[in-house]
Ligand binder design. Structure first.
Ligand code: PMP
Length: 458
């Protein structure tokens, strides 16, 4: 177990409130590597252990209440335990959790996706976003008969081998341990702030199957895209016969009901979906052009003189996830929950910026749609929070400069004041966050930055 050896007020305040979490972390480390089941949940000296959640809030094992912006890693547009989702899943539990058969809910689920997402002529479900990313690249390579994939520095597409390099590490090239060098060579990793280079790469290489990117910019907008980028890559991909894949795992059903492609009016050939798609349960999907997805259909593939592409997965469109997904997307179809969440996020971004101005903290607040991001200025640049421009910093200044320790300390200070943000640092707002959540968050942030200032972090 981690020994409390700190003279930091922030860490002491956090530890004083969370002894049961500390004990669980000590136990977890005996059986679980790093005591954690997802790298993004890393928090030192130890994370909180959650025990229940409702709406915009969650509670830890010590009984502390938090305004929650982790939001199930972005999966919870309706907050925790929304009545419509609970009812659908509870009903399904009684009827069967896995029928090992086709079922009506998966049909309804696919129809809802097709109605909401512009490019979705066909939909194939997977068990996660990572699996959907894996399938999308397989489909693209098979369809074009080409090998290489253009990806962008810091854009995350799940943890499978084909996208491991350059997503969360090895941003400047290199082969992550455990990954085949040959796979890394099949990726052309490019920066987003050099469209000329994208064009040159496409001209020089005749073996590119697809370009894949987060249409929000890396990590749901932590590194925003230059203006016009999406339209430009759409034009370039058409010009060179390369498929364009949007990874809408976060932006799908969030950047707008029709995802980032709906918000920006740029249609990819394929998109990768997960998170909100399955209403808070596990699930993913590839959606897109029928001619590409129909490679999964033996008859259609034969008719098109193509090889049928294999795709299995025990929990694809499992009845529980399908029930939650149908409940979620049916509501979204009738009510613009994205706009509701976005309004709250805009208030939050404004309020957080005001706190920085009033407290004379040279950080920046930014973000799009229902996301907010905090730039904690690890290199102590001269920043005016009223005029913060993340585009001017680019990847190197934003995600590339991220200082994990500073982010942990900000998170600890926020947790000690009753707010759970994500490690970026930042968060995703749901449609059930309201004015009381915003007020509590602003108060917590003011206290947190004062604490960080007094400990020399600002
Ligand atoms: N792509 C993006 C943009 C993501 O944010 C994530 C998850 N954070 C994934 C892919 C992977 O999805 P999953 O965690 O469901 O495998």
């Amino acid at each position: 177990m981690t020994e409390p050896t700190t003279n930091s007020h922030i860490e002491r305040a956090y530890r004083a409130r969370t002894p049961r979490s500390a004990a669980l972390y000590g136990r977890a480390r005996q059986s679980i590597p790093a005591g954690l089941t997802h790298d993004s949940r890393t928090l030192l000296p130890y994370p909180i252990y959650a025990s229940k959640a409702a709406g915009s809030r969650k509670w830890d094992v010590d009984g502390n209440e938090y305004v929650d912006y982790f939001g199930g890693h972005g999966a919870l547009l309706l907050g925790h335990g929304h009545a419509s989702v609970i009812a659908a899943v509870a009903r399904q539990l009684e009827l069967g959790t896995h029928w090992g058969a086709a079922h009506e809910l998966e049909v309804a689920w696919a129809e809802l996706v097709a109605r909401l997402i512009g490019c979705a002529e066909r939909v194939r479900f997977t068990a996660s976003g990572t699996e959907a990313s894996h399938l999308a690249l397989r489909l693209a390579r098979a369809f074009t008969g080409k090998r290489k994939v253009i990806r962008f520095v810091g854009h995350f597409h799940g943890w499978h081998d084909g996208v491991a390099a350059g997503g969360m590490s090895h941003f400047h090239g290199g082969v992550p341990a455990g990954i085949l060098p040959g796979l890394v060579e099949e990726t052309l990793l490019l920066p987003v702030d050099d469209l000329e280079r994208v064009a040159r790469t496409l001209e020089a290489a005749n073996d590119v199957a697809a370009m894949v990117l987060e249409p929000s910019g890396a990590s749901w907008g932590q590194v925003p895209l230059p203006p016009g980028f999406l339209a430009s890559v759409r034009a370039l991909s058409r010009q060179h016969g390369v498929l364009l894949i949007f990874d809408e795992v976060i932006t799908g059903f969030r950047w707008s009901r029709g995802g980032a492609q709906g918000r920006f009016g740029v249609a990819p050939d394929l998109c990768i979906l997960a998170k909100i798609l399955a209403g808070g349960l596990p699930g993913g999907a590839v959606a897109g052009r029928a001619d590409i997805l129909d490679q999964l259909d033996a008859g259609a593939a034969a008719a098109a003189k193509r090889e049928k592409i294999g795709h299995q997965g025990t929990f694809n469109a499992n009845p529980l996830s399908a029930a939650a997904g149908v409940a979620m997307l049916s509501r979204l179809q009738h009510e613009d929950l994205c706009a509701v969440a976005e309004r709250t996020a805009a208030e939050l971004r404004h309020g957080l910026t005001q706190v920085l101005i009033e407290e004379a903290v040279p950080w920046g607040i930014y973000g799009e749609a229902s996301a907010f991001l905090i730039f904690p200025n690890p290199k102590r640049l001269a920043i005016d929070p009223a005029r913060f421009d993340p585009l001017a910093l680019g990847f190197e200044g934003l995600k590339g400069a991220r200082n994990p320790e500073l982010c942990y300390r900000l998170r600890l200070a926020m947790l000690a004041n009753g707010v759970d943000i994500m490690g970026a640092p930042g968060g995703l707002v749901s449609a059930v966050h309201g004015p009381d959540d915003v007020a509590r968050t602003l108060e917590a942030f003011r206290t947190a930055v004062r604490w960080l200032k007094s400990e020399g972090d600002v």
